[in-house]
Design a protein around this ligand. Structure first.
Ligand code: NCD
Length: 309
């Protein structure tokens, strides 16, 4: 039996290196299949999505991934139009959605929400973003992108810049990178350093340095992972205004980077990468978004087929 069958994907910490590599191999396989064979993988299966927060890429990439493997999706993209508005609990909503589907994809404002949903759902739950805590499928997509574009992960120097305090993609990426031998440089304003309650665990998994100055590291990096300042998660708008626009990656900065370095971003971008960068060979964030469709299709295929595909 394939070990991912009927398993929840709640945290990237639940994946060891071997399991991550299996998802990558399945992704490579899926990308090579012709569309009609690809559509056999989840033929007749249904994905239900339940999003309590805005999303463009994550929800649509799940939707399009599921369609590409022959399944269909239904769900709630805006909880204002669902019975949540009438006061229905998350537990009851999840129970209902699991009746209508084979797998449930949840995005929620609260840390721990996906873990909780997995406890009440009798179908596998995939975490599509739980508060500031984690976004495991984004990390799978990010690691896969690094592997495809740099041909390896081990041995790379990786800079992560921006909002390291509230950015959940950062936490999942760091936990995922903990499976590899990488040199990580965390770059953020002082007030947006990684949360102190997570540093112990991250230190157990990998070595990193912290800095406020991107120029100190830029010429050494193989990968620059840029993140958006998470405006909506600041308890105080004044604090957001102090750090808004702290780092803008533009052509001047790119000139200092290694010729073959790559720039990633989970998107959406606000102003932290200048649009001049988009057409350069180093910009890989749109490819990264496209890989996200394939990594999600692979994960769904593994989750829903007892013998894999
Ligand atoms: C991210 C998220 O929701 O955490 N978006 C995404 O899923 N690609 C990043 C962000 O919102 O900044």
């Amino acid at each position: 039996m394939n070990e991912f069958y009927q398993k929840d994907t709640i945290s990237i910490k639940d994946f060891n290196k071997e399991q991550l590599e299996k998802v990558f191999t399945s992704t490579d396989k899926i990308m090579q299949l012709d569309p009609s064979d690809r559509r056999e993988i989840c033929k007749g299966k249904t994905l239900a999505y339940l999003f309590y927060e805005p999303s463009t890429r994550t929800r649509l990439s799940f939707d399009s991934a599921m369609a590409s493997i022959g399944g269909n999706s239904l769900g709630i993209a805006d909880t204002n139009s669902s019975s949540t508005q009438k006061g229905e609990s998350l537990a009851d909503t999840v129970r209902m959605m699991s009746i209508y589907s084979d797998v449930l994809v949840l995005r929620h404002t609260l840390d721990g929400s996906s873990r909780f949903a997995a406890e009440v759902s009798n179908k596998p739950v995939i975490n599509a973003g739980s508060g500031t805590e984690e976004h495991p499928t984004q990390a799978i997509q990010d690691l896969f992108t690094i592997k495809k574009e740099k041909k390896k992960i081990d041995g790379l120097k990786i800079g992560i810049v921006g909002d390291l305090k509230y950015g959940r993609t950062v936490y999942s990426l760091l936990y995922g990178l903990g499976n590899y031998d990488v040199d990580v440089r965390l770059i953020s304003p002082e007030s947006l350093r990684i949360r102190s309650d997570s540093t112990y665990e991250i230190k157990q998994r990998l070595d990193y340095t912290e800095s406020t100055n991107i120029e100190e590291h830029i010429d050494e990096l193989d990968v620059l992972y840029v993140t958006r300042i998470q405006k909506e998660r600041f308890p105080d708008e004044e604090e957001y205004l102090k750090v808004k626009g702290s780092y803008v990656v533009g052509l001047d900065l790119l000139k200092q980077m290694k010729e073959d370095s790559i720039i990633l971003h989970p998107l959406p971008r606000i102003d932290e990468i200048s649009t001049d960068i988009d057409k350069t060979k180093n910009a890989k964030y749109f490819e990264q978004a496209e890989y996200g469709k394939h990594t999600r299709a692979a994960l769904l295929g593994l989750t829903l087929n007892e013998n894999g595909f």
